[in-house]
Ligand binder design. Structure first.
Ligand code: DGY
Length: 352
């Protein structure tokens, strides 16, 4: 790839992605500048000192370096690769304007995130936060078995609710894998909205019904947000982050949900008004909630309203955190940046 005398293209990697994946960057035809820590974000000065002259930049969704990437980068920059499926932390408009390619890591994390999405729906419905803390605090003896003690809201279909309805705010890969997991639980209806004012899309509905009917789905419709939240037994927040979806789940939406319903957010914290969600759980507008992402993370203190709320499970953004999935994401992100720098096709490129 390199003619004699040509400088090796510089690749800036903003985090140590582990020895196994980083070995992929040990190549004679690249000049790699990598932040050494796996656990601590690179400091902004290090980044701004190294962006100029870079042909490729590999970063994480937690690096909020939108503007600096394009303003401080020289014309040598050909590719940005993010180790994430979400890309609201990258200013894709300015990258596109400058013909800079963007790699990301879809598909490899879909199953891991769908697993934890269903797990949170189960945990929220069955009061796991309240009951595990009773056990952890040695208070079980104060709660002898009783007919309705700790009784929760059942996820699976049952004699009272023979069919269940799943509502999806955002209906991409992760939402569809989540739906596939719910069908054996007796979910025969699905409602989805690609944005708060989605119009019906009978053609797409028919396509999706054909895909999932063999696994038990009887109805699927694209609807507006108000219909979705009033009809669903579980509302899954699975749309991309960014200004257009900010606080799409607010008090009004939460008030319109069933009192027995749960809300699950495994997308981005910015989609949910945390104060409103805590109030909804506290006031009983909904049964409970499970979130893997919180607006302002990781600065979520013990006194955060959701952390304090017994009916809301809060996880620290571990949706894709399995050994297999994170190695897969790191490998994909590295192969994306190598292909972008050397001019090949990328394993996963965001085609704008
Ligand atoms: C993603 O891929 O966007 C996740 O949120 C980070 O693991």
């Amino acid at each position: 790839h390199l003619q004699a005398g040509m400088a090796r293209p510089k690749v800036v990697v903003t985090r140590n992605l582990g020895a196994e994946a980083m070995r992929l960057l040990d190549r004679p035809d690249l000049d790699v500048v990598a932040w050494q820590s796996e656990t601590q974000p690179c400091d902004k000065k290090w980044l701004l000192d190294n962006i100029p002259g870079a042909t490729g930049i590999l970063l994480l969704f937690s690096e909020k370096v939108r503007r600096e990437i394009t303003e401080d980068a020289t014309d040598l920059l050909k590719v940005v690769s993010t180790m994430s499926v979400g890309y609201e932390h990258v200013d894709i408009g300015s990258l596109a304007q400058r013909g800079i390619r963007l790699g990301y890591t879809p598909d490899v994390l879909t199953e891991a995130v769908a697993d934890i999405t269903v797990m949170l729906a189960l945990m929220a419905g069955r009061n796991v936060k309240e009951t595990t803390s009773i056990v952890q605090n040695g208070q079980w003896s104060a709660y002898p078995w009783a007919p309705y003690l700790f009784a929760g809201s059942q996820l699976s279909a049952n004699w009272v609710h023979p069919t269940r309805t799943a509502g999806f705010i955002g209906f991409g890969r992760i939402a569809q894998s989540t739906l596939a997991r719910l069908l054996p639980f007796g979910f025969t209806r699905a409602l989805y909205t690609s944005n708060p004012s989605s119009k019906p899309n009978p053609a797409r509905d028919a396509e999706l019904l054909a895909k999932y009917a063999p696994q038990g789905l009887a109805e699927i419709r694209r609807v507006g947000l108000a219909e979705l939240t009033s009809e669903s037994d579980v509302v899954f927040v699975l749309a991309p982050g960014g200004p257009s979806t900010y606080h799409v789940v607010n008090e009004e939406i939460l008030k319109s949900m069933k009192r027995t319903a749960v809300l699950v957010n495994t997308s981005r914290g910015s989609l949910v008004d945390s104060e409103a969600l805590a109030k909804a759980c506290r006031e009983g507008w909904i049964w409970g909630a499970g979130v893997d992402v919180v607006d302002g993370e990781p600065n979520v203190a013990a006194d955060h309203p959701l952390v304090q709320e017994p009916r809301c499970i809060v996880l620290p953004h571990i949706g894709s955190a399995t050994n297999e999935t994170r190695l897969g994401m790191a490998t994909m992100a590295i192969n994306n940046v190598i292909a972008g720098v050397l001019g090949g096709s990328m394993p996963a490129e965001l085609n704008r």
